[in-house]
Design a protein around this ligand. Structure first.
Ligand SMILES: C[S@@+](CC[C@H](N)C(=O)[O-])C[C@H]1O[C@@H](n2cnc3c(N)ncnc32)[C@H](O)[C@@H]1O
Ligand code: SF4
Length: 451
């Protein structure tokens, strides 16, 4: 049984532990001349196969202080229009390297705020994407939406392009918290955005909420959760607020002294979790909830859920094509990240180059360790024998990766018959336990596991 003191000692909610939306994590990617490699990876995607495609829109009308996402402010349409033209050009460059008959199984527009695009820009961008690869039968097309930055016309354009999923940001409904995190947003505006989305047939609607915000209390998060459930979402992402002012300068405006302690954060998470579960949601992984009939809950129950840069997903495609500044893609051979700076990205594409700036080609036991980490975060358990079979390696090699875990993180896991399980009360440490299998992080921190 883990006491709070013990959980804290072991690093409860340590903001420096990666969220493991990839393995290795993005800070391990190396800068270099990756365009030729990525061209080969695109060319290796088999003709007629299904892929995912992620488009990053790094613009927002407002810049919320709490936000750690890669975005920049704009009050005018010009930079956005120029950016959409660049995306169209990049898509043509990508197309040159793709075999025939490839279709998109999962299309995601993230940001930033993709709903900043005017209706014509939405239609142009969608058209350019579908010229490269059409949506497959039953494909999922989702967009991240700031409820204060959307209207019927823009949603009509998205729906006409095939949008069937959406994710809206709430964070917290409390006006005082909203003020100190620099994100005003009324319940009414949010409710109206939900109505507009449902009227356009959006089946799977996700809401982002944060715990661990300044001045957040059990009473305040209870009120926010009740307001969120009254909107009838299908999924919830309940992210722990990551206070990383050294990376995200806007966060220097956040009153550090008003942030809850790690123990209070755990309490806030548990309070919200209990309310969602009481409302019929299933708890999924470290920070998600879904209604039992939602695809994510079904994938979770079937053991087919995955984790990628968008978080938990039903997406099983082996290739995700990255489009836009800072966008990260995944291929069976490795990861590729586009130029993070919007201007450098645009310059590269204008010159007719694929805009990859950083990457990582899988080596050694990357696939095995990546799968262990993915399973730990999806299911809180990993069957080492199954991972060995999947990757055609000896089971002993995989099981040996857990050697010493119980010395470093005592009483947090159980290893029995080749299956490692994270104990229930140690689940808040799941990312820290996953990090034990991260050879890059562990070698950097001086632990015994070598790369
Ligand atoms: C890329 S943002 C896009 C959301 C959309 N622009 C909006 O404002 O609603 C996606 C989500 O990332 C999460 N996020 C942003 N900054 C975060 C932070 N510092 N810690 C944890 N989650 C964060 C928020 O929950 C946010 O809704
Ligand atoms: S939360 Fe959304 S609107 Fe606010 S800065 Fe981040 S991406 Fe932009």
């Amino acid at each position: 049984m883990q006491s709070l003191t013990q959980l804290r000692k072991l690093g409860l909610f340590d903001a420096r532990v990666p969220r493991y939306t990839s393995y290795p994590t993005a800070p391990q990617f190396k800068a270099g001349d990756w365009a030729g490699t990525v061209a080969n990876w695109l060319e290796a995607i088999p003709a007629g196969s299904h892929v995912s495609l992620y488009v990053h829109v790094p613009f927002c009308r407002r810049l919320c202080w709490f936000c750690a996402c890669r975005t920049q402010g704009t009050q005018t349409a010009e930079p956005v229009a120029a950016y959409v033209k660049t995306l169209q050009k990049e898509l043509k460059l990508v197309q040159r390297h793709l075999a025939d008959g490839i279709e998109i199984e999962h299309l995601h527009w993230g940001g930033g705020t993709p709903t900043l695009l005017e209706p014509q820009m939405i239609a142009d961008l969608a058209g350019a994407i579908f010229d490269v690869a059409p949506l497959a039968e039953g494909a999922q097309f989702s967009v991240e939406i700031d409820p204060t930055e959307v209207d019927g016309a823009r949603l009509d354009a998205l729906a006409a392009a095939g949008l069937n999923r959406a994710s809206i940001g709430v964070q917290d409904f409390d006006p005082m918290i909203q003020e100190v995190i620099g994100r005003p947003q009324s319940y009414e505006v949010t409710r109206d955005a939900v109505t507009l989305l449902r009227e356009r047939g959006i089946r799977s609607l996700n809401v982002d909420l944060l715990y661990g915000l300044p001045h957040q209390t059990d009473a305040r998060i209870t009120d926010s959760v009740n307001k969120v459930t009254s909107l009838g979402p299908d999924r919830i992402a309940l992210f722990g607020y990551a206070h990383v002012p050294w990376m995200s300068k806007r966060q220097q405006l956040i009153p550090t002294e008003a942030l809850p302690t790690p123990e209070a954060r755990l309490e806030l998470y548990n309070t919200a979790r209990d309310l969602f579960v009481a409302d019929g949601f299933e708890e999924i992984g470290i920070d998600h909830f879904a209604k039992p009939d939602d695809g994510l809950a079904i994938a979770h129950r079937n053991g087919t859920m995955h984790r990628n840069f968008q978080g938990y997903t039903e997406d099983k495609s082996t290739s995700m094509i990255p489009v836009g500044a800072s966008s990260i893609g995944r291929f069976p051979q490795g990861y590729a990240q586009n130029e993070p700076s919007t201007s450098k990205y645009q310059e590269r594409v204008r010159k007719g180059e694929l805009a990859t700036a950083k990457g990582h080609a899988f080596v050694g036991d990357d696939h095995v360790r990546g799968r262990i980490i993915e399973l730990l975060l999806c299911d809180f358990r990993v069957d080492f024998n199954a991972v060995a079979t999947e990757n055609a390696v000896a089971p002993e090699t995989v099981i040996a990766m857990a050697d010493g875990l119980d010395d470093v993180l005592p009483g947090t896991t159980l290893l029995q018959d080749g299956v490692l399980t994270i104990l229930d009360d140690a689940r808040p440490l799941a990312r820290i336990i996953a990090r034990y299998f991260d050879a890059y992080e562990m070698s950097a921190s001086g632990h015994s596991q070598a790369v």
